[in-house]
Design a protein around this ligand. Structure first.
Ligand code: AMP
Ligand code: MG
Length: 202
C-alpha cells in the first residue's frame, strides 16, 4: 500500500473522511499526539487499527467525537452531573472519560469490555475530520506498538509507511502527552492514566 502525506486542506479532509467511512485508516494530528483513525462503529476499521499497530487485542481504543451531542449515543446511560461538569471544564481537550458502553458500539472497540472511552479533542484538524466523516473515530496513537507516540507526521510515516493509505500533516502536536483517562463508571471519578489534565485540575 502506498502511504500519501497531505496538508489538511478541505479536499484532503474530505478524502480522509471518505476513507474512514470505507473502513480504512487515516493518521491525523490531535493536540496530544498523532492518532491512527478508523470508524469507531465499524468492526473492520477497528480490526485494521489493531493490525497496523500490531496492538495487543486486549488494549481498548478511545472513540473521538467532534460535538458533545455525539457522546450520548455511545454510552448506555445519561453521563451524570459530574461528567457534565467535566465536559464543561475540559472539552474540547486532552480528557478521556469512560462510561458504560451502548449496544451500538462494537465490543472490539473496547477490547471486549462493557465500557467505552470517549474524548472530544481540541485540534481543529481532528475535529474537522470527525465532522466530515460523520462518525466517531477510534484513534490510538499512530505508532507501532512499543514505539514512541508520534508528535509529527514524519514520525507517523516512519512507523506506518505502507500500512495505511493517508497521513494528514498538521505540523507538530502541542501537548505531546497522552490524554488523561478517567473512569466515570463508579461513585467518584478515578484516574486510570495520567496525562495533559492533572488530578489537581479535576
Ligand atoms: P491510547 O493508547 O492513547 O489510545 O489510549 C488507550 C488507553 O486508554 C488504553 O490503553 C487504556 O489504558 C485506556 N482505555 C481506553 N478505553 C478504556 C476502557 N474502556 N476501559 C479502561 N481503560 C480504557
Ligand atoms: Mg499509544
Amino acid at each position: 500500500m502506498f502511504t500519501e502525506v497531505l496538508m489538511p486542506s478541505e479536499d484532503a479532509i474530505e478524502r480522509a473522511a471518505a476513507l474512514i467511512r470505507q473502513g480504512q485508516l487515516v493518521a491525523f494530528p490531535t493536540e496530544t499526539v498523532y492518532g491512527l483513525g478508523a470508524n469507531a462503529l465499524d468492526p473492520d476499521g477497528i480490526r485494521r487499527i489493531y493490525a497496523a499497530k500490531e496492538r495487543p487485542a486486549d488494549n481498548p481504543l478511545i472513540a473521538h467525537i467532534s460535538e458533545v451531542s455525539q457522546l450520548r449515543p455511545l454510552i448506555a446511560c445519561e453521563p451524570g452531573a459530574l461528567a457534565e461538569r467535566m465536559i464543561q471544564a475540559f472539552w474540547p481537550g486532552p480528557l478521556t472519560m469512560i462510561f458504560p458502553r451502548a449496544a451500538c458500539v462494537p465490543a472490539c472497540l473496547s477490547a471486549g469490555l462493557d465500557t467505552v472511552s470517549v474524548r472530544l479533542p481540541a485540534h481543529p484538524v481532528a475535529r474537522a475530520l470527525i465532522s466530515a466523516a460523520g462518525v466517531p473515530i477510534a484513534a490510538p496513537s499512530a505508532n507501532r506498538s512499543g514505539r514512541p507516540s508520534p508528535t509529527a507526521a514524519r514520525h507517523v510515516f516512519e512507523d506506518m509507511n505502507g500500512r495505511i493509505p493517508l497521513i494528514l500533516d498538521g505540523g507538530e502536536c502541542e501537548v505531546g502527552l497522552e490524554s488523561t483517562v478517567v473512569d466515570m463508571t463508579g461513585d467518584a471519578p478515578r484516574i486510570l492514566r495520567p496525562g495533559g489534565i492533572t488530578a489537581e485540575m479535576i
